[in-house]
Design a protein around this ligand. Structure first.
Ligand SMILES: Cc1ncc(C[n+]2csc(CCOP(=O)(O)OP(=O)(O)O)c2C)c(N)n1
Ligand code: SF4
Ligand code: SF4
Length: 627
């Protein structure tokens, strides 16, 4: 489908959409004026699609420097009466949370939706946190879609609800909802005011102690009112209700899809209550569902949040019901669910069928996995980070520094793959932007040398303030900013170091070198990591420098459109002395060892010529560039 149809599609049209595309259509239908994000999987496609469509849809869109800034852009737009949308991956919400918590007190005037995309099983994340806790922490409403249609519809509903009560509304997806595809019936597009005005009212928008207590009271009053709505919301519904069934299941989000399919396919005597509007918790609806049951399964991914709410209802109304969920280990406390996990849990009491191992989801999945060769994630052929890692390691060897003499504080981006051999250049990692702060701690706490790695996007996201800390507090370590001219790991979004913005307009390019120099750091060198001799020499100097040494390793990512290169390298077997330096020190996926010799896969090779520079015997040469 041409993505422009997300803007041109008419009410009643049906489109086959990715969950994240459905979220964009929902924003368009709701008449969003301002959208801001920082990329992060599983929410990244929302930004990519908006970046492409924003002008057509009359939306201002930006990739903000980090999630907190995105939250602030959206909050102020909504305070000015516009409909605003911010979205992020779950851990991005941790970054945004400080400002987010205050938006619950200040409230909004135009509708504001905060979409948080959770990642159970941490497919592309450092943890599998359950962001439903944010609804309870901030005391704000949360909607949990299970499929693309619901996601689109909840976007529109979320904006209406937000505007009705003057509060931000959270929509929580999971990887399966963001990345599933499904048919979505479109609604009409609301005409909205695109020019806001901020009417001043410090007692509503300045949460100092004199005002914040009454703001909190107002919030609690509103949540009480919203609770009346969540009790009746159409996506809090009982599916397959039979009066004589004594077993029930309560579920939400992607987990609902599994239990729904199993109950229907296997014809089980189970009533299901689906919670699409899960906070404020629809206690009366849950009580009505529970009161005639004697057993209930709580089917939810990651934390036992609904389960604890249900236990509270059971306690309050003194119901005699057995609860099977995560707390009694009927279902695992961790990781994404699948149909087999649910069946195993149900089997605990139902004994309706033993899972046929040959035909199970897990078995089929395992068979599939076994038939695929095991490949760990690696830097792409031609990746500029490879030259930098090679340079650090050679500089260490030349200075006779052993592995244990140097701590590598890593960060989040493609360069985290430096974790793997032969580089083994990631010893510690907390969160985006943490590597420089970690460097401060390690350099004070130990006598070991420290190298922090941070990407350009991550540097802008949250690397600048720890760098100021490092210089001001006279720490002593090496910082490498890996400036590959893009936010590569999440799919190549622009960042402030680029000369264009999230809508493709020209934009001022912010110089990392100038920022670093402005801190007063007296060792700032920009290198081309493809120049191995220079790279090694500069790292040697940096290791011996007393104070903070910043190296900016600047070379574009090979996946940037238009920069792809064809291989010109030639392997001359006769010159090869079988030292395997190219294989063992570079670890380029285009170089392998086959039939007792080094082999270069020209289709995979990106023509970076690093291997040419590492082979002392002339066995790998730069071939004819014209060929
Ligand atoms: C708080 C937070 N926001 C977003 C992400 C998603 N994320 C992972 S890596 C990355 C970008 C890294 O870009 P850069 O630092 O330039 O390194 P590159 O991948 O280009 O080497 C992003 C946005 C995250 N892990 N945590
Ligand atoms: S996407 Fe770019 S930065 Fe990431 S591994 Fe590939 S070449 Fe390197
Ligand atoms: S030139 Fe060599 S190191 Fe570079 S991508 Fe090709 S095989 Fe890999």
């Amino acid at each position: 489908m041409n993505l422009k149809q997300l803007v041109t599609g008419k009410k009643g049209d049906k489109q086959f959409l990715l969950g994240n595309e459905a979220a964009v259509r929902g924003a368009i239908e709701a008449g969003v004026s301002i959208a801001a994000t920082y990329p992060g999987t599983p929410s990244s496609e929302i930004g990519d699609v908006l970046s492409y469509l924003a002008k057509d849809a009359g939306i201002y869109f930006e990739f903000s420097t980090n999630e907190k800034v995105a939250m602030e852009v959206a909050a102020t737009a909504a305070a000015s009466g516009l409909r605003s949308f911010t979205f992020m991956k779950h851990v991005g919400m941790n970054v945004a949370s400080d400002s987010f918590m205050s938006t619950a007190y200040t409230g909004v005037r135009g509708g504001m939706v905060v979409l948080i995309a959770d990642d159970p099983s941490a497919f592309s994340s450092q943890n599998e946190q359950d962001s439903r806790h944010y609804a309870r922490l901030a005391n704000l409403p949360i909607l949990e879609p299970s499929n693309c249609q619901e996601l689109k519809d909840m976007m529109v509903y979320g904006f209406d609800l937000s505007e009705q009560f003057g509060l931000p509304v959270i929509i929580r997806t999971t990887t399966r909802v963001s990345h599933m595809r499904g048919i979505v019936e479109l609604g009409s597009i609301k005409e909205q005011n695109r020019k806001g005005h901020f009417d001043k009212d410090p007692s509503s928008f300045v949460p100092v102690p004199a005002f914040s207590l009454s703001m909190h009271e107002r919030l609690c009053d509103k949540i009480k009112e919203i609770n009346k709505i969540s009790e009746k919301y159409r996506l809090n519904y009982i599916s397959s209700s039979k009066d004589n069934f004594k077993i029930g299941a309560i579920s939400s989000s992607s987990a609902f899809n599994y239990i729904y399919d199993i109950v229907n396919q296997d014809n089980l005597d189970i009533n299901i209550l689906k919670l699409g509007f899960s906070y404020p918790f629809p206690e009366s609806k849950v009580y009505e569902f529970l009161k005639d049951l004697d057993t209930v399964f709580i089917v939810e991914e990651v934390d036992p949040i609904i389960e604890k709410e249900v236990l509270a209802v059971i306690g309050k109304y003194n119901l005699a019901i057995t609860v099977f969920g995560k707390l009694d280990e009927t279902f695992p406390l961790v990781h994404e669910f699948n149909p087999d996990i649910i069946k195993k849990g149900l089997n605990k009491i139902l004994k309706y069928t033993e899972i046929n191992e040959k035909n199970s989801y897990s078995q089929n999945f395992n068979d599939l996995i076994e038939s695929i060769p095991n490949r760990s994630p690696v830097l792409c052929p031609g990746c500029p980070h490879r030259g930098m890692f090679y340079g650090v390691k050679r500089a260490m060897a030349k200075l006779k520094l052993k592995e244990d003499d140097v701590i590598f504080a890593s960060d989040i981006g493609c360069y985290t793959l430096g974790l793997n051999p032969p580089y083994k250049a990631a010893d510690y990692l907390l969160s985006m932007g943490s590597s420089i702060g970690d460097g401060c701690g390690f350099s004070k706490a130990t006598d070991q040398k420290v190298v922090s790695f941070i990407g350009d996007s991550t540097f802008f996201h949250s690397g600048i303030s720890p760098l100021v800390n490092a210089v001001h507090n006279k720490h002593n370590f090496v910082v490498t900013v890996l400036d590959n001219r893009i936010t590569a790991m999440t799919g190549g979004q622009p960042n402030p170091g680029m000369s264009f913005d999230g809508m493709g307009n020209p934009a001022p390019e912010i110089s990392i070198e100038k920022i670093v120099k402005a801190t007063g750091c007296n060792f700032v060198k920009t290198i081309n990591p493809m120049d191995l001799n220079e790279t090694i020499e500069i790292y040697k100097e940096a290791f011996e420098h007393d104070g903070v040494a910043v190296i900016i390793s600047k070379h574009p990512c090979v996946l940037i459109k238009g920069l792809e290169k064809k291989s010109t390298v030639e392997f001359n077997e006769n010159n090869c002395k079988k030292c395997y330096v190219c294989l063992n020190r570079l670890s380029c996926p285009a170089i392998s060892y086959k039939n007792n010799k080094v082999t270069i896969d020209k289709d995979a090779c990106n023509g970076c010529n690093l291997c040419v520079k590492t082979c002392k015997f002339g066995a790998i040469t730069e071939g004819n560039k014209e060929a």
